[in-house]
Design a protein around this ligand. Structure first.
Ligand code: PEP
Ligand code: MG
Length: 317
């Protein structure tokens, strides 16, 4: 009952005493925007840009193609916040032209930001496309890197953003325990953190997110995971910066209260899909949790045929 009440309250995300906790959508591309808007998302907390790269297994999409797609998303939230994640290839999201074929352990290999730093032209094109897409729009663009391990990674990403002339906030995803443990150091280079709890759980518990037999260890309620959330949020508070959650943990309305109490400043768990827009607005996290194995992005929708990753739209009452 409590869950249902949480999920049906409306308005901007906030605690009962008025502390704001923006609720942002997780999207996979422009096609997901109408459902996000309809569900009342206050912006986009995680724009997974991988979808653009799936059409061609030999080349990255052109800058022009990327500009069009990014602009469509940015225009939908004229005054809002849109957090774009640069390409997160490798491991559960392999791309032939970027991901080494012979890695014995792809989850620990060249993936996420590591892959982009090995292919700087791909990163540069994406950042330039984002800069062009945002030109003239009042949107609050934020761009973040997946799989940041340490301050050096964060600096390399921030340098690449600056070199591309991007006028946006640059951030780091906290998906590797080292980044949470040394979050203050990472924050010397970037302006915000976003906790990717799907991968953070995988690396904290040494439990492959695609292996059902160890799914117990992907539970975001586990104290060790929450300790890393707390460390990151506390570091951000100390540095006067923000720390959101964009992993599946943010889509659980009850856990939202815990995350907020730990100092998390926004929740990006509102996964909405164009195909399953009908279920956006109700608590969807249980279904996602039940079906999370094996999908890119960590959670697979079982409520409709889309089978895509996502979470819930809920409200912090
Ligand atoms: C995460 O790891 O929690 C995350 C948000 O990224 P993805 O699920 O796309 O790897
Ligand atoms: Mg991740």
């Amino acid at each position: 009952e409590r869950k249902a009440a949480l999920a049906t309250s409306t308005g901007p995300g906030a605690t009962a005493d008025g502390h704001k906790v923006p609720l942002l959508a997780n999207i996979g591309g422009p096609a997901d925007v109408p459902a996000a808007v309809e569900a009342g998302a206050e912006g986009v907390g995680l724009f997974r840009t991988e979808f653009l790269f799936l059409d061609d297994d030999k080349n990255a999409p052109s800058e022009e193609k990327q500009v069009v797609a990014y602009r469509q998303v940015l225009e939908a939230f004229p005054e809002g916040r849109v957090v774009v994640r640069v390409l997160d290839a490798g491991a559960d999201k392999p791309l032939h032209f970027l991901t080494p074929a012979d890695e014995p352990n792809p989850a620990l290999g060249v993936r996420g930001l590591r892959s982009l730093l090995d292919h700087p032209a791909v990163l540069r094109t994406q950042l330039t496309a984002l800069a062009k897409a945002a030109e003239g729009l009042p949107v609050h663009l934020e761009v973040m890197a997946p799989m940041v391990a340490d301050r050096a990674d964060a600096k390399a990403f921030a340098d690449a953003c600056r070199e591309a002339g991007l006028r946006a906030k640059f951030g780091a995803m906290v998906e590797i325990p080292s980044a949470a443990l040394r979050a203050r150091s990472v924050l010397q280079e970037v302006e915000f953190l976003s906790l990717g709890t799907n991968d953070l759980a995988q690396y904290t518990f040494a439990a492959d997110r695609q292996v059902g037999a160890v799914s117990r260890l992907q539970d975001p309620w586990q104290p060790a995971l929450l300790d890393l959330v707390a460390l990151s949020a506390e570091a951000a508070r100390a540095e006067g910066k923000s720390c959101g959650v964009c992993g599946e943990a943010a889509s659980d309305p009850l856990l939202a209260c815990v995350l907020t109490g730990l100092g998390v400043t926004s929740l990006h768990g509102c996964g909405v899909h164009s195909v399953c827009a009908g279920v956006a607005g109700e608590v969807h996290a249980g279904a996602v949790r039940a079906g999370r194995r094996g999908g890119p992005g960590g959670g697979q929708c079982r409520r409709c045929p889309c089978r895509r990753s996502g979470g819930a739209v809920g409200r912090v009452a």
